[in-house]
Each structure stands twice: as structure tokens, then as C-alpha cells.
Design a protein around this ligand. Structure first.
Ligand SMILES: Cc1ncc(COP(=O)(O)O)c(C=O)c1O
Length: 397
């Protein structure tokens, strides 16, 4: 019998029925007026959500494609750049840069910790007077460890240095505090299947004026991802190649639902759900992998009890409770599990996750008092979202 799964991986995320239904609409001509209107409306909506008056392009590619576009459109072969790496996605940026022949210097930050703006400042200061790096690459929300890097403060430091700032916000944008123009971010990438609650296949990339100046000097090969062709086509209401029309239509519906909720409420909801999730896990004595101060609002990574491999926990959650979470990536495989709470997610989704987790842990002979995580998560959520209950008038006497 088919039962809907509680899809709690950090992307692709749950897609609401209204969005799925939108993607089932008949196809339209991607060079016709309906598509032009759709593209113009979505571009404006994305500018609002990302808080930019600069360019935003929709690419038919996953988030990694947009990361590649960010590299190819701003740099030249042999350019020096710095990449701050505190997880698997920082490593991915580094790999892409190396594949393009960029001289990318890695600054390693322990996984689970955030990139400290003072470390960025000191690092860039050491370059002063030398033939330093042109750009700084950083991951906003490191999905592999559940860490939200303090991007606003990092951006302020990079702005002082005059270098280009390129940000992977694939799993942050649309769910966390972000102001592309005000913070001075030159290029930022995100993807439809994360906080935007749409199916995978489309990613988004912003370009500041500084980024366009870098584009003019850049000599890295670019064809499918040449953003100048996207800009020229956008003015005509089209894309350079055939776009994933169906995913665009779905994303348009997600953006409409998100606009209805409002960005401030979305950001607060993510913060509150993340807080509730951490408290629920801690009630089960499962340690949160990230520092509390930098814990991600969209994805929580937690350690396993001794002698329990996260792959086994994940298997039982899936096979017996239709609850799907993710494991650790790279060096963290088997050691941690990651639960996503991004996009169209509610406290009920998280309570359902906790009920499955409690039963699963008990099955592994862990000392779990049933209901403890559910109750801790619910209490934390209520504390974050509701003012304290007033004493009823009748009982005041
Ligand atoms: C922070 C981050 N960057 C990049 C990516 C890669 O995105 P995609 O899988 O859409 O290529 C992901 C996907 O999980 C991510 O979380």
C-alpha cells in the first residue's frame, strides 16, 4: 500500500500539492508570451526574496551547475582565490575551481564549526601587499554539517578587502536572513529543490555590478552557462536554451505561496522549527553536531549514540516508519544523521519525525522514554512561537 513518506532530507524537500499540480499543467512555448510573463514575474519575485535589484538568472541545472556558472563567469585561468571550507559543499566549490584551472587556496575550518569573520579578516590581511586573491568563496549554509556561517559579518570583511564575494546559499536562501545588496554579495547561488519547495532542475544565480566587471575580464570557458547570453535573452523574455518549463511553472507557484506567507514569517518559522528540532534531539541525548550559536535553521546534523551506525538508524526509519532522513557525507558517513526542516515544513512534520525516531531508537535498545523528544520539541516550539499563557480570569480569585 502506498503511504506518503515524511521526506525529511535536506533537499529535495516536500513539494506542496498546489506546486505539484502547477507542474502538471500543459506545456507552453518557451519562446512565447506566456513564458516571457512567467520569467519576468519569477525574476522579480526572486529579486524580492533575495533582496537585490541586481540580476537574477534561472538556470536549468541543479545547484552545482549554478556553482560552476559562478566560477566560469567571474574568473580567469590561474586566478588566485580563497575558499573557506567547513564541510562537503565548501569542498565542492574547491573541486569546481580546480577543475577550471583556478589557483584556489583552501582555508580549512573544523567541520561542525562556523567560518569566523575574524579568521577571514586575518587571512585576507596576510595577503595585503602581495599578489593576492581576486575572490572569496564561501558556503552560506553548510548542509553537510548543519552550520549556518555568519554571512553578513563575513561579507562585511570581504567588502573591506575589495575582493569579489561568491556565495553558495543553495540550502539557505529562501529560509534564512539574507540581503544580497545590503550585505554586498557579488554572486549568490541557490536551487529550487531546497527552501523554495519546488522539484529539482532549476537553480538561481545573482550577479552584482562588480561581478559583471569581473565577467568582462574573465577568460574561463563558458557556453551553456554564459550569463551574458542569459541576460540578453531575459530582456527578450526567454532563456538561451530550452528551460525546464515544468519546473519553472512549479517554482512560480512555490514563490506565490511563499509570498503569501511573507519572507519574515518564513525566516522565523525556520528558526523556530530548527530550535524545536534541536531541543527534541537533545531530549534523546543526541548531540547536535554544530555549535548552537551557528546551528542551521534548515538542516540539523546530530551524532549517533555509541555503537549505533547512522546508516542503520536511517534504514529502520525508512523501512518501518516511512521517514526519510540523510546520513553523513564524506568523512562523516555513519557518524551523523541529518534531518531537514526547510521549505514547506510545519511543527507537525517534525513531531512525526520525532515519533518515528523515538520508536526506532527503542528498537536499537536505547533507553528512550517515549514521548520525551516530542514533548521537548513541542515545548520549545510553543515557547518560541506563543506568548506565555495568561492565567484564566476565573482562577485568579
Ligand atoms: C550547500 C549546498 N551546496 C550545493 C549543493 C549542490 O546542489 P545540487 O545537488 O542541486 O547540485 C547542495 C545540495 O545539497 C548544498 O546543500
Amino acid at each position: 500500500m502506498y503511504r506518503p513518506q515524511n521526506l525529511r532530507i535536506p533537499g529535495p524537500t516536500f513539494v506542496p500539492q498546489a506546486v505539484l499540480s502547477a507542474s502538471a499543467r500543459p506545456l507552453i512555448n518557451h519562446r512565447g508570451p506566456e513564458f516571457a510573463a512567467l520569467l519576468a514575474g519569477m525574476t522579480r519575485a526572486l529579486q524580492d526574496f533575495l533582496r537585490t535589484r541586481g540580476d537574477v538568472f534561472l538556470l536549468t541545472a541543479s545547484g552545482s551547475g549554478a556553482m560552476e556558472a559562478a566560477v566560469a563567469n567571474t574568473l580567469s585561468s590561474g586566478d588566485k582565490v580563497v575558499v573557506f571550507v567547513n564541510g562537503a559543499f565548501g569542498e565542492r566549490f574547491h573541486q569546481i575551481l580546480r577543475a577550471y584551472g583556478v589557483d584556489a587556496r583552501r582555508v580549512e575550518v573544523p567541520w561542525g564549526r562556523a567560518v569566523d569573520p575574524d579568521v577571514v579578516r586575518d587571512d585576507l590581511a596576510r595577503e595585503r601587499g602581495k599578489d593576492g586573491s581576486k575572490a572569496v568563496f564561501v558556503t552560506h549554509n553548510e548542509t553537510s554539517t548543519g552550520v549556518l556561517n555568519p554571512l553578513k559579518e563575513i561579507a562585511a570583511v570581504v567588502r573591506e578587502s575589495g575582493k569579489l564575494l561568491v556565495v553558495d546559499s543553495v540550502s539557505g536562501a529562501g529560509a534564512v536572513d539574507l540581503d544580497v545588496d545590503d550585505w554586498g554579495i557579488d554572486v549568490l547561488v541557490t536551487a529550487a529543490q531546497k527552501a523554495w519547495g519546488a522539484p529539482p532542475g532549476v537553480s538561481m544565480i545573482t550577479m552584482s555590478e562588480r561581478a559583471w566587471k569581473a565577467f568582462d575580464r574573465s577568460n574561463l570557458p563558458k557556453a551553456y552557462f554564459n550569463l551574458q547570453t542569459y541576460k540578453a535573452q531575459l530582456e527578450k523574455g526567454a532563456t538561451p536554451a530550452t528551460p525546464a518549463v515544468t519546473v519553472y511553472i512549479a517554482l512560480q507557484e512555490s514563490l506565490r505561496l511563499m509570498a503569501e506567507e511573507g519572507l519574515d514569517s518564513i525566516v522565523k518559522r525556520h528558526r523556530d522549527l530548527a530550535f524545536a528540532t534541536r531541543r527534541g534531539l537533545q531530549a534523546l541525548n543526541l548531540a547536535i553536531f554544530a555549535d548552537e550559536a551557528f546551528a542551521s535553521p534548515t538542516c540539523t546534523a546530530f551524532r549517533m549514540p555509541t555503537r549505533l551506525d547512522s546508516r542503520n538508524l536511517i534504514r529502520v526509519l525508512r523501512e518501518e516508519h516511512d521517514t526519510i532522513i540523510a546520513g553523513g557525507q564524506g568523512r562523516l558517513e555513519g557518524q551523523i544523521a541529518r534531518v531537514g526542516h526547510m521549505g514547506f515544513v510545519t511543527i507537525q512534520d517534525m513531531l512525526s519525525f520525532f515519533s518515528a525516531l523515538e520508536l526506532t531508537l527503542r528498537g536499537f535498545n536505547q533507553p528512550v522514554e517515549q514521548g520525551v523528544a516530542i514533548s521537548a520539541a513541542l515545548r520549545a516550539y510553543a515557547e518560541a512561537t506563543q506568548p506565555p499563557a495568561r492565567t484564566p480570569v476565573a482562577s485568579r480569585r
